[in-house]
Design a protein around this ligand. Structure first.
Ligand code: SF4
Length: 147
């Protein structure tokens, strides 16, 4: 059983989580690392609390109380305009302070975001390509289905 906590960007705090939950069920994007026959459970779902992300200091502790094995930073942190400037800091803090591994990404990059980012330099400027590439591995029609 893999117990997963998800932290989303507060810019999307009203998001119902549909893309993340679908991606987990279908093992797409950041969840493709888990095999289809590996049991998974979402043990927490929250947002960063708004820039600069104060909730990241506390919410992983709540995840840990529910037996969290891994924290996923939602794809929205990467695809926002601009992407979150604190992704690497969040990952480093959660891993060192809370002792929880962090995966950057949940659902695949939606096609419409991918096309816009291809005209921009945000991912290169912030050296985020290593996080982005695994989230665009699915076929174009799958990326489009996450629009
Ligand atoms: S950009 Fe980063 S710090 Fe700001 S609201 Fe989004 S996740 Fe939080």
């Amino acid at each position: 059983m893999k117990k997963i906590g998800i932290i989303i960007c507060a810019r999307y705090q009203d998001c119902g989580g549909g893309k993340c939950f679908r991606a987990l069920k279908e093992r797409h994007g950041g969840f493709s690392r888990y095999s289809a026959d590996e049991a998974v459970e979402i043990i927490g779902y929250s947002n960063c609390g708004g820039c600069p992300g104060g909730n990241v200091e506390y919410v992983p502790a709540e995840f840990s109380k529910n037996g969290c094995d891994v924290v996923h930073l939602a794809t929205g942190l990467l695809v926002g305009y601009p992407p979150c400037p604190n992704i690497r800091r969040f990952k480093a803090f959660i891993e060192s302070h809370h002792g929880l591994p962090v995966v950057v990404g949940t659902h695949p990059i939606p096609r419409k975001y991918l096309e816009t980012h291809r005209k921009l330099t945000f991912w290169d400027e912030a050296d985020l390509k290593a996080f982005v590439i695994p989230l665009m591995a699915e076929q174009r029609d799958v990326l489009e289905s996450y629009d």
